[in-house]
Ligand binder design. Structure first.
Ligand SMILES: Nc1ncnc2c1ncn2[C@@H]1O[C@H](COP(=O)(O)OP(=O)(O)OP(=O)(O)O)[C@@H](O)[C@H]1O
Length: 315
């Protein structure tokens, strides 16, 4: 089965797919979330809903506010205003470590694996406080030991799934960039989340690991989880996303099914806006924009033209 065979085809939204459109079964709903930095609206999201048990990509040019929005939702930053609900329960003002316990975890653009801990120790940290570390249970060695064993068993099972089990005792520092991304994803799963948020999962991952990472993300959905990811790699977005949300200048400017969104004028404008310094008169400039907006057909045509020009110049 190819990766794209597994993407969802059921209708996810209610009505026309305009920015802020309601979802049939939203897991996360955010309202009027605003974060300013020195007068600049880094995030200014009027309303957004994330569909449950689907893979949603959050895309947009550099500086659009994607990471800041992630930070706000997961309690790593505080908004000027705004409310958001996971499964109907408010998460506004809830600190990051409690957000994970409520069922929402995130990974970072730059991996946060603790280099001087072993791979297994990193995993064990991901288990967090799941109720076993209450004062009383800490006093009962049997209970405490059982919990420790359960955590280790869960960690080893996940490491095996991510093909990192043979590295359990190695320092995280010894892993490649791609393996660290896998470790971060595996660690996020230790808290048995409902919603997994991945910030640029493909950045720095070599091609050999790309396919396995895509497979792991698709598996999360198969297991009933919801995935929200930020990514610049449009190929990945088109391959695995069921739904795409586009941010520009802090706002949501478009959302919909991947193939439709990539051709949306607001999306093209958002990316062109980010390329105001690109010479669109030059073929290379046009090629960069075509790649950024994920129009592979247009990119191939332009690349062909560049190759033809090169061949003529050489004669
Ligand atoms: N801690 C901060 N202090 C000041 N400005 C910030 C801070 N964090 C983000 N910003 C600004 O907020 C805006 C949104 O940044 P953010 O990193 O969220 O964008 P992004 O869409 O994730 O970009 P990229 O794709 O490059 O990661 C940018 O203008 C950025 O300069």
């Amino acid at each position: 089965m190819s990766v794209s065979d597994t993407t969802q085809t059921v209708q996810l939204q209610v009505g026309e797919p305009l920015p802020g459109v309601k979802k049939v079964d939203p897991i996360l709903v955010a309202d009027k979330v605003r974060r300013t930095f020195g007068g600049v609206n880094a995030v200014d999201v009027a309303h957004v809903e994330i569909p449950r048990n689907a893979i949603t990509a959050l895309i947009g040019p550099n500086g659009a506010g994607k990471t800041t929005f992630f930070n706000l939702l997961t309690g790593f930053d505080k908004p000027d205003e705004g409310t958001w609900f996971l499964d109907g329960k408010s998460l506004a003002g809830v600190p990051a470590y409690k957000v994970a316990r409520r069922g929402m975890v995130r990974t970072f653009q730059l991996t946060k694996a603790l280099s001087l801990l072993s791979v297994l120790e990193n995993m064990r940290l991901g288990a967090g406080n799941q109720g076993g570390e209450h004062f009383l249970s800490a006093l009962i060695p049997g209970l405490w030991r059982k919990r420790e064993e359960d955590i280790t068993a869960q960690a080893m099972e996940l490491l095996a799934r991510f093909k990192l089990d043979t590295k359990a005792d190695d320092y995280a520092a010894s892993l490649s960039g791609g393996q660290r991304k896998l470790l971060e994803m595996a660690r996020a799963l230790m808290s048995k989340p409902e919603l997994v948020m991945l910030d640029e999962p493909m950045a720095g991952v070599n091609p050999a690991l790309t396919q396995s990472l895509l497979g792991h993300i698709l598996n999360l959905k198969k297991e009933g989880m919801t995935v929200l990811f930020v990514e610049h790699d449009m190929h990945m977005v088109q391959t695995i996303a069921d739904w795409v949300i586009v941010m520009a200048e802090g706002k949501i400017v478009a959302e919909g099914y991947p193939d439709v969104v990539m051709r949306d004028q607001a999306v093209i404008d958002a990316y062109l806006g980010a390329h105001h310094d690109t010479d669109l008169g030059s073929l290379t400039g046009q090629l960069n924009v075509a790649k950024d907006i994920g129009d592979e057909h247009l990119a191939a045509e332009i690349a062909e033209e560049i190759a033809e020009e090169g061949a003529t110049d050489g004669k």
